[in-house]
Design a binder for this molecule. Structure first.
Ligand code: DC
Length: 234
């Protein structure tokens, strides 16, 4: 008789990085659901700590003030890909972290090294505790948070495609202004790529997938195949 240890697949860690509007979240959730893995949106964690700073009147442009309180909020992420959750000190913040107010401040908060070390530690704990493995999406997962991930993907897309996709997620007046969306994305990219501590970057051993001309299903299929190949080879 085969033992459970021989039949259960080993936990697999999948890191998916890239800028906003490349399909990271939709891809990561779908891949996790298909493969029975957990799902962690690390951008939501940076948004959650930013929401807490704004709500508590911290000047987010003051890196010292932000660093001083970085360890105060308790952020909890639920990792079911069908219904991911995020709370700060027990409050559900899944809606307020998507407001323009938080989006425009998150790059400043996430550039503060003390914030990154608190959030990185949280991410590593969540990944280590995922029983069957996890898909973790972000900016620095393959380079800094989980450099030993089994599969590393770096998603890209042209600025025009990214702005159009992001615009489709926004509502009303915000959605109509494609040029403003493209400019806002470019500004956030520059801040996220240019910061000193673990910037947005492709790991040397990551597979780069340009999603500009691909449907979401094609991107999902591509990542699922890469994970399955890795599992077969292991
Ligand atoms: O994925 P997102 O757009 O929700 O991420 C919001 C911000 O969080 C992004 O502009 C930069 C920051 N972020 C980060 O610095 N590191 C990560 N691993 C994920 C997000």
């Amino acid at each position: 008789m085969e033992t459970a240890a021989r039949t259960a697949p080993a936990a697999v860690i999948v890191a998916i990085d890239g800028p906003a509007g490349t399909g990271k979240s939709s891809t990561s959730k779908a891949v996790a659901a298909k493969l029975g893995l957990g799902y962690l949106d690390t951008g939501a964690q940076y948004r959650a700590i930013t929401w807490w700073m704004v709500t508590n009147g911290i000047d987010v442009e003051d890196a010292v003030a932000v660093a001083d309180v970085a360890g105060k909020p308790t952020i909890v992420s639920g990792t079911d890909p069908a219904a991911p959750t995020i709370t700060v000190d027990g409050t559900d913040v899944s809606a307020p972290i998507r407001t323009q107010e938080v989006t425009s401040r998150v790059s400043a908060v996430s550039a503060v090294p003390e914030v990154r070390s608190v959030i990185t530690e949280l991410q590593r704990t969540i990944a280590a505790e995922a029983p069957r493995g996890i898909v973790v999406e972000g900016r620095d997962i393959g380079t800094t948070v989980l450099p030993d991930a089994d599969v590393k993907i770096f998603l890209t897309a042209s600025p025009e495609v990214r702005a159009a996709r992001r615009s489709g997620e926004l509502k009303g007046k915000e959605a109509a202004d494609l040029a403003a969306t493209q400019a806002a994305l470019a500004k956030r990219d520059a801040l996220d790529s240019g910061r000193e501590t673990s910037p947005l970057a492709k790991a040397d051993d990551a597979v780069e997938v340009d999603t500009s001309e691909l449907t979401l299903d094609q991107v999902i299929e591509c990542v699922v195949t890469l994970v399955e190949e890795k599992r077969t080879a292991a």
